[in-house]
Design a protein around this ligand. Structure first.
Ligand SMILES: Nc1nc2c(ncn2[C@@H]2O[C@H](COP(=O)(O)OP(=O)(O)OP(=O)(O)O)[C@@H](O)[C@H]2O)c(=O)[nH]1
Length: 383
């Protein structure tokens, strides 16, 4: 894939820096990005924010989450490289970890049923988590849907920045994909969604009338990964709590039809996730965003990786992490940071410390941050 070609030139150890920005366990992994050595890092901490150096001594060119650099400028290009750089590092950080896999019984049970029901749909609404739209793309969805009419919803729009939103809107517009940004908690985007579903499926009743049949309600199936907000969207639209929704994955366990007015019906479905997640970087992002069952991952490992990611995201950075928890991030290892936080606040309980970091991220304590940016369209196949 072209992105790999682009990255391969970056997978070089820094000629000048020896402390890699990687997960602590692995000492041999290559890293695309490294920090100043521990000594220079700690001395720089006392005076100013630490400087993240990228391969070849190039300064980090991140521009922050509020910039909108999808304009083809050098800055935009460099920012894209930084995201690709982080993705590459994430890949190596996750390699040494126990694989994250989650396929509870109710998903296995309802997956087949859902596939059968999808054949009856006039339109399918695929909901993804706006923070990680790529990692919440089911690899078999295209195969299941064929050329069925489809609407893509990026839910949790309140949890990303305007720059993130614009970047994804541009990305999907370039592909001609209809995308709606929504907020399942407050209901934003739901009316637009119902209008679009009806409009896309309007030919159903035209065909029925031409055959002398009575019109029927349009059938819209709502599908997507666990905890992305499918049930909440339906509840908001109906202004009633018709479908179970709660802040944890795997709450919806059975398929359920609900009626919206006289001409639209929704199918709420349990979150569906692949039986085997081959992309472990995606699996870690699912864990960070609470889109996968907590039993499937080690909270301390996931928090450590989140720390390393946040340290690299310019709107957060090392300084914000240090300020929030009042501990130094000496060295560059997320695991050490979690352990220090455990000693500092939780009597050495690493699990609690890790959980605090994850919860803070999920509550937006570091700002609303997307963990993915669109890949370059010309380089990467679109999922
Ligand atoms: N901040 C925010 N929270 C949301 C949004 N949409 C849903 N939520 C919350 O996310 C949690 C999960 O929502 P659900 O509607 O249960 O998600 P689901 O996709 O049906 O989950 P499964 O049952 O696992 O399939 C709930 O606590 C919702 O209140 C949103 O747009 N923004």
């Amino acid at each position: 894939m072209a992105v790999q070609v682009q990255l391969s030139s970056l997978w070089l150890p820094s000629p000048t820096v020896t402390v890699p920005f990687v997960h602590c366990k692995s000492k041999t992994k290559p890293s695309t990005t490294s920090l100043a050595s521990s000594a220079s890092l700690s001395s720089s901490l006392s005076s100013s924010a630490p400087i993240i150096q990228t391969v070849g001594g190039k300064q980090s060119s991140w521009h922050g989450g509020n910039s909108n650099n999808s304009n083809g400028s050098i800055e935009a290009y460099e920012e894209e490289c930084d995201w690709a750089d982080l993705d590459a590092d994430l890949y190596y950080w996750t390699k040494s970890l126990r694989p994250v896999q989650w396929y509870p019984g109710h998903i296995a049970k309802t997956e087949k049923e859902l596939k059968d029901q999808l054949k009856l749909m006039d339109v399918v609404i695929e909901v993804r988590d706006a923070r990680i739209p790529l990692s919440t793309t089911h690899p078999l969805m295209d195969q299941w849907l064929g050329n069925r009419k489809r609407i893509l919803v990026l839910n949790r729009e309140d949890m990303i920045s305007m720059a993130d939103r614009n970047a994804w809107a541009t990305y999907f517009a370039k592909q001609g994909t209809k995308v709606i940004f929504s907020n399942g908690q407050l209901g934003m985007g739901t009316m637009k969604l119902s209008r679009l579903a009806k409009a896309l499926a309007s030919d159903v009743n035209v065909k029925r009338r031409s055959k002398g049949l009575l019109p029927r309600a349009v059938r819209a199936g709502i599908v997507g990964y666990p905890n992305v907000g499918k049930s909440s969207l339906i509840n908001r639209l109906l202004k009633r709590r018709m479908c179970p929704a709660a802040p944890r994955p795997g709450v919806t366990r059975v398929l359920k039809w609900v009626r919206f007015g006289k001409d639209l019906e929704f199918l709420d479905s349990p979150g569906i996730i692949p039986m085997r997640i081959s992309d472990q970087a995606a699996a870690i992002k699912l864990a960070i965003c609470d889109d996968i069952g907590e039993r499937s991952y080690d909270v301390a490992d996931v928090a450590a990786i989140l720390v390393q990611m946040l340290a690299r995201i310019p709107t957060v950075g090392i300084t914000a992490l240090q300020n929030r928890y009042k501990i130094d991030m000496d060295g560059t290892c997320g695991k050490t940071f979690v352990q220090k936080l455990a000693l500092h606040l939780f009597n050495g309980d690493t699990h609690q410390a890790a959980f605090r970091i994850l919860t803070d991220f999920r509550k937006g304590k570091f700002g609303w941050i997307s963990l993915e940016r669109p890949p370059r369209l010309s380089l990467t196949a679109v999922p």
